[in-house]
Design a protein around this ligand. Structure first.
Ligand code: ZN
Length: 184
């Protein structure tokens, strides 16, 4: 006779799965993630780049003034507005802030939480000579919260820092992204 244990075997909580249910919802919550567009700059200058003065053509129709070639991807993230990244001082808050009950606030900063596979080349963000910042665009949704297609950009953030947070077995569980507001 096979012995079966009455209680299920102990299992380690899978933090990536926990984040997935938090992001996309489960039986107890509707999901808190929103779809954004991330503009990822490549380390290759656009043809409009003037090496002599180190600046791009701001009216360039290919790179839209970035000076670098880039790709854009749709990703799901959670955005907490009014917070700078606490862990990475790259997004240091340097002007006088409004002190709310929960601390200092700043409408030009946001903290963004992204999934473990969002930044495969995250070491790129740690380099001090990082040539230019990747951008994150918030996107328009309809009355039911469904993404409007083709996408309409409603807010632009500069990715100032990307900090990996690790869990069991050294796996990256999520990325903490420090964002700074830019004009669209
Ligand atoms: Zn260009």
């Amino acid at each position: 006779m096979q012995r079966r244990s009455y209680y299920p075997a102990n299992q380690v909580l899978n933090l990536r799965d926990e984040l997935t249910s938090l992001f996309y919802g489960d039986e107890s919550n509707p999901g808190i993630a929103q779809t954004v567009l991330i503009r990822r700059l490549l380390d290759q200058h656009c043809a409009c780049w003037y090496a002599s003065n180190g600046s791009p053509n701001s009216a360039c129709q290919y790179c839209q003034g970035e000076g670098f070639l880039f790709v854009e991807t749709l990703n799901n993230v959670y955005i907490a507005r009014n917070f700078g990244s606490v862990l990475n001082p790259a997004s240091v808050i340097n002007r006088q802030e409004f002190l709310a009950q929960y601390g200092l606030t700043d409408e030009n900063r946001a903290l963004c939480i992204a999934e473990h596979d969002c930044f495969p080349n995250y070491e790129r963000y740690l380099k001090p000579e990082h040539p230019s910042y990747d951008k994150l665009y918030e996107l328009k949704v309809d009355d039911d919260g469904v993404l409007v297609q083709p996408v309409v950009r409603t807010a632009k953030w500069k990715l100032r820092s990307v900090t990996p947070h690790r869990g069991d077995g050294s796996q990256i569980i999520y990325f903490e992204v420090g964002c700074e507001k830019e004009n669209l």
